[in-house]
Design a protein around this ligand. Sequence first.
Ligand code: DAH
Length: 341
Amino acid sequence: MDIKEQLETIESEARKLFDSVKDREALEKLRVKYLGKKGKIADIFSQMGKVDSDERPVIGRKTNELKNLIAELHQEKKSELEELLKARKMKREEIDITLPGIKPEMGYTHPLSVIINEVKQLFIGLGFSIAEGPEIESEYYNFEALNIPEHHPARDLQDTLYIDDQFLLRTHTSPVQIRTMEDKNPPIRIIAPGRVYRSDELDASHSPVFHQIEGLVVDKDISFSDLKGTIQVFVEEMYGADREIRFRPSYFPFTEPSAEVDVSCIVCEGKGCSLCSGTGWLEVMGSGMVHPNVLEMSGLDSRVYSGFAFGMGWDRIAMLKYGIDDIRVLFENDLRFLRQF
Ligand code: DAH
């Protein structure tokens, strides 16, 4: 084969091979095969001595042209393969926005939180604000300032969880009344929800930790009818507009007069059933006019100011509203229970 024929064969073969090469390694091998130091083009140049001197410039030019052509074929293929690789990578990383998302698991509102949110909304609407007090209280705030005498059974170790001879776990939210009156001047309108403690054995209706919601209103000219009106609004909102309300005379050391508030039973509507022990009434809170001694001990002049207070079981509201018959489920955090709210 003369050189011209060789050049033609190399060209047609190279076109085919570069066209069909599939990966970068094979491409590199092809490059070496044609353009390498010992490649086909170098081989042609080494034969140049044998070519007639008048033909040599033409052959030389043709060889250079073929060399450039092969270099171009190589470059083109190289870019093509790189593009292909990029496209494959893109395909792998592609995000399919039509796929359904992963749903985050939603939490549930604890029934006590559902209740307190409703109660807060209601009282805020009536112009009340929310107050708080410590769960570890002194004997003074928990008993003495609330006019609870030294030998009152509530002060007994049997009922109260003492920390030492001065501090205890508050047995009710009533000490927040005292702290509020010491802190603020009337008019005062607060509710104070919180945790309270008593040394009770745990059973379906008792827990050593439970919750209360305290209320206090103090101003000039506050009367028992203000107490009745406020309770009426509360009961209608929380237990339904068709509930009957009864104020039953009672006794609390920190109120005078005192009254227990009953609502007609939400199950039997007053006929008598097991929930209301056959009485037709459910006891929902204690209340009364703030005792003058309590006002005075908190630094308020009882000839100028008067007030009313009330205290209720927050757990009990949840139990009545949701038909829960065991207080323990409110504290156990069993998801099978909590998921229902
Ligand atoms: N502190 C009382 C208790 O734990 C409840 C109570 C009764 C609170 C009458 C009051 C009230 O504010 O006026 O049993």
